[in-house]
Write a protein that binds this ligand. Structure first.
Ligand code: MG
Length: 384
């Protein structure tokens, strides 16, 4: 029996790498659904190559174009996020790959979990913005979240060795990004092009900028808190520039289990798609004879204040992480359009937390309201 997959965000970095894994294992997987916001040309190409049943373009203005592009195929074409939510929850789908960028992934992820699906989750902002609601929805509907984020896939793999023993600590590794060795003064003048040059990982623009500010690592702390139900104080960020160890789990006896692989997202994607089996994914294997040294150091929150802001947000709880994510999305977008400087990203996020209309136990409506309010405020402050 082939596993039937829905890929939400199939034209992005995770989406295309997911399809590359599927391409190598056509006997194991079938693509039932793909979606993208605007990239009609690639959606069409993917729909044809993988003979996809349902294709969704989230931007309804592009529906006619996609529909005519696929008119000679068996693919059915839909538009809008409501269609995406409905189709991701359909009986035909077994695994939903959450590869959308940012807050926009929240609704379809919840729809898939409500339907009890296995969600292979790359879209960490979903857990940052609404971790309590997402994990509750998962439990109540017997859904499953399998991590695709490489660190969380590593932790998940390490935990397979826990055999019921309590976890003392999680060591979340961070490459340190392109500015790891820069001074604060140098980082202050960093440009978009410099921030987009990640030393080890090939990723989309949003997550690459988040890596350069280390907000990505902060979000991953929040993500780990929800995925593994462990308080943030016991999640330690360790800078490991070689990106060979993808994360580690420490037990009471001081034993530390690490997961290693070459930095290639197809490894965690493949493990999530085929779990509990392992499959080849076409990545480079580690060659320990030529690997050289692995190094480790503490993260520096003076140069990377976004990391501290994420710890602050999860400590406050409620809608604070949602606000942090909303401000960050607006700030990163502005930075990518050369409208603000590098440290303005942290400043805008800090302002969002300081001015937050706090809700301790936010409902889903509260989360959407917080996201909209904070984003509007952040946009306004950038305009000024
Ligand atoms: Mg990661």
């Amino acid at each position: 029996m082939k596993r039937k997959i829905a890929i939400l965000g199939s034209t992005g970095s995770i989406g295309t790498q997911t399809l590359d894994v599927v391409r190598q294992h056509r006997d194991l997987f079938e693509v039932e659904l793909i979606s993208a916001n605007n990239n009609i040309a690639l959606l069409e190409e993917q729909a044809r190559e993988f003979d996809v049943n349902n294709v969704v373009v989230c931007n309804p203005d592009r529906y006619a174009e996609l529909s005519s592009a696929l008119s000679d195929t068996d693919s059915k074409v839909f538009a809008g996020i409501d269609s995406l939510c409905e189709l991701a929850a359909a009986d035909e789908v077994q695994i939903v790959v959450g590869a959308m960028v940012g807050f926009s992934g929240l609704r379809p992820t919840l729809a898939a979990l409500q339907a009890g699906k296995i969600v292979a989750l790359a879209n960490k902002e979903t857990l940052v913005a609404a971790g309590a609601i997402v994990t509750r929805t998962m439990r109540e509907n017997e859904g499953v979240i399998l991590p695709v984020d490489s660190e969380h896939s590593a932790i998940f793999q390490c935990l397979l060795a826990a055999r019921g023993n309590a976890v003392e600590k999680i060591h979340l590794t961070a490459s340190g990004g392109p500015f790891r060795t820069w001074t604060r003064e140098q980082i202050a003048t960093a440009t978009k092009d410099q921030a987009l040059k990640h030393p080890n990982w090939s990723m989309g623009a949003k997550v690459t900028i988040d890596s350069s500010t280390m907000m990505n690592k902060g979000f991953e702390v929040i993500e780990a808190r929800w995925l593994f139900d462990i308080p943030a104080e016991r999640i330690n960020v360790v800078v490991h520039p070689e990106s060979v160890i993808h994360s580690m789990v420490e037990f009471e006896d001081g034993a530390v289990i690490a997961q290693l692989a070459s930095p290639d997202m197809r490894e965690p994607i493949g493990f999530a798609l085929s779990f509990p089996a392992r499959i080849s994914v076409g990545n480079r294997k580690l060659d320990f004879g030529t690997l050289g040294n692995l190094s480790f150091s503490n993260a520096d929150i003076w140069r990377f204040p976004c990391l501290a802001l994420a710890y602050e947000a999860i400590r406050r709880g409620g809608n604070a992480p949602c606000a942090l994510n909303a401000a960050n999305e607006v700030a990163v977008d502005a930075f990518l359009h050369d409208r603000i400087g590098f440290y303005d990203i942290a400043r805008i996020c800090e302002d969002a937390l300081a001015g937050l209309n706090f809700a301790e136990n936010p409902s889903l409506d509260d989360i959407f309201a917080t996201n909209a309010e904070v984003a509007a405020k952040a946009s306004e402050s950038i305009r000024r």
